[in-house]
Design a binder for this molecule. Structure first.
Ligand code: SAM
Length: 283
């Protein structure tokens, strides 16, 4: 039976499959069948999962459009003693999905919030991409409009962690093109497409090759995607930082003191910085 730590109910945050319904865990099924209400994103999608599990729980719709109104109502139910399970259409709730407001509000009211972990597209993609996994940054969806998307990518260009993005079918090619332009055609990347589904495929290579792979076959541009980009090599990062510092200093200082100061600030070698300064001045 679902554990009841006090008179108030418990909010279970339950992960569900990202494609293959066999990926639902036993604990998830048990939790969904035992709680008083399952809070779902889309009732039609959750119905499919519930049918597959052979359960018919009471459901309440909760998504980004009714989040602020629904969260206090749901917390009131928890306070009255109901146990609730939160699921999204696929994967782990709150990961590029609604739920943050509900979890925060529940915790603020002293409600126990318990994870029932399981599938998450970002982590599944990372586990098969073949890119470094020791440090990574989840970036979710990039802005839909080109200018803010490019600004965001610029801001990430020097990050040395593996970057993980979600992308929709409408923008996958445009986003890859922006990545080639901003991160460079040689930066290693991977696409994980339709994970756990019939046409699952993963492609790793230089960003330009990954883009060509996608462009060559229009059917590859359909479905759900996770895009992963290897972090910026440290040398490149150091060089970019040195260039930034030198460019600022050279606005007001002559070459020699600018190089000396830049060496102090960045810890870089004077000779290398001197050559870089000459290049900046030449440009
Ligand atoms: N909460 C979900 C999770 O834990 O992964 C993510 C929800 S977000 C609204 C949906 C996005 O996740 C899709 O646009 C896609 O980028 C990614 N995604 C979900 N399922 C996927 C799959 N089977 N293969 C690849 N990407 C997937």
């Amino acid at each position: 039976m679902v554990e009841q730590p006090s008179k108030t109910g418990t909010l279970y945050v339950v992960a569900t499959p990202i494609g293959n319904l066999d990926d639902i865990s036993e604990r998830a099924v048990r939790t969904l069948s035992e709680v008083d209400v399952v809070v779902v994103e889309d009732t039609r999608i959750s119905r499919k999962l519930m049918d597959r599990c052979g359960i018919r729980p009471r459901t309440v719709a909760y998504h980004e459009h009714n989040e602020s109104r629904r969260a206090p109502e749901l917390v009131a139910r928890l306070i009255r003693g109901d146990n609730l399970a939160l699921i999204s259409d696929a994967g782990t709730p709150l990961i590029s999905d609604a739920g943050y407001r509900l979890v925060r509000l529940a915790q603020e009211r002293g409600i126990a919030v318990v994870a029932v972990p399981g599938p998450c597209a970002a982590i599944a993609a990372l586990s098969v991409a073949g890119l470094p996994t020791d440090r990574f940054a989840f970036e979710g969806f990039l802005p839909a409009r080109a200018a803010p998307r490019q600004r965001r990518l610029q801001a990430l260009a020097a990050d040395d962690r593996t970057l993980i993005f979600y992308e929709s079918v409408h923008r996958i090619v445009a986003t890859l093109r922006d990545m080639v332009a901003i991160f460079g055609e040689d930066r290693e990347a991977a696409i994980a497409r339709e994970l756990t589904k019939k046409f699952e495929s993963t492609k790793r290579g230089a960003l330009e090759d990954v883009l060509h792979w996608l462009e060559r076959e229009p059917r590859r541009q359909k479905g759900e995607f996770v895009v992963l980009v290897r972090g910026s090599p440290e040398v490149e990062h150091d060089l970019r930082e040195a260039e930034r510092v030198l460019t600022i200093l050279l606005r007001t200082l002559p070459l020699k003191p600018a190089v000396a100061l830049a060496a102090e600030i960045t810890g870089g070698g004077k000779n290398r910085l001197y050559r870089l300064a000459l290049r900046i001045q030449g440009a």
